[in-house]
Design a protein around this ligand. Structure first.
Ligand code: IMP
Length: 185
């Protein structure tokens, strides 16, 4: 499996360092918000399956504020690298009205997945709705979406795998982010 990776672009150590920074920053931001309203319920962190799972598992352990977490499952890419229709496969288990929500994504590419999720969730009137993504491909955006916390901006138009990101369901378990070797047609 590893010999089909062309190169590593973000190492285990770089991911770990950035996740700790994000955890500290997010904790500080929500602690400041909670201070203004002591009756607020704990932050609800919402991970988008399947890709955000490893990132979210590390991120929540880098956060030192009270929080709950839940997952949504969406399918945006059928099998491979071209965008398809965005479908909600699993919704949240709890009501979110008047709660603080932090959506955790693996990567924002065209923005279509996030746009669809944010539209649905904001209709349920959470108190706040923010987004944290490990990776961002801003040059690929087709729909404008607000992203509050970004781990790394990808410098080129790359298809990356690892740390939750897949190609045809494989490579999610790589501990680093890598670029796939292109197969000759
Ligand atoms: P968007 O709706 O185009 O923003 O796509 C978001 C989803 O596409 C992500 O949650 C990923 O599942 C997938 N995706 C986009 N770019 C990549 C990539 O470089 N590698 C793996 N998956 C990707």
């Amino acid at each position: 499996m590893l010999n089909t990776i062309e190169r590593m672009i973000i190492s285990v150590d770089e991911i770990g360092q950035r996740v700790r920074e994000l955890g500290a920053q997010i904790s500080a931001d929500y602690r400041a918000g909670a201070g203004r309203d002591p009756h607020r319920r704990p932050l609800l962190v919402v991970g988008l399956l399947k890709g955000a799972m490893p990132f979210m598992a590390d991120l929540i352990r880098a956060m030192d504020i009270p929080l709950e977490y839940d997952f949504m499952a969406v399918s945006s890419y059928r099998n491979g690298t071209s965008p398809g229709e965005v479908r909600i496969l699993k919704d949240l288990d709890c009501a979110i009205g008047r709660r603080d929500l932090l959506i955790v994504e693996d990567i924002v590419d065209t923005g279509r997945t996030l746009h669809r999720i944010l539209k649905g969730l904001s209709a349920r009137e959470p108190a706040t709705l923010r987004v944290c993504t490990l990776l961002d491909k801003p040059h690929r955006r087709e729909v404008e979406v607000p992203v509050d916390y970004v781990g790394f901006v990808l410098p080129e138009n790359l298809f990356v795998v690892g740390y939750g990101l897949d190609y045809a369901e494989l490579y999610r378990n790589l501990p680093f982010i890598g670029v796939l070797k292109r197969r000759e047609a």
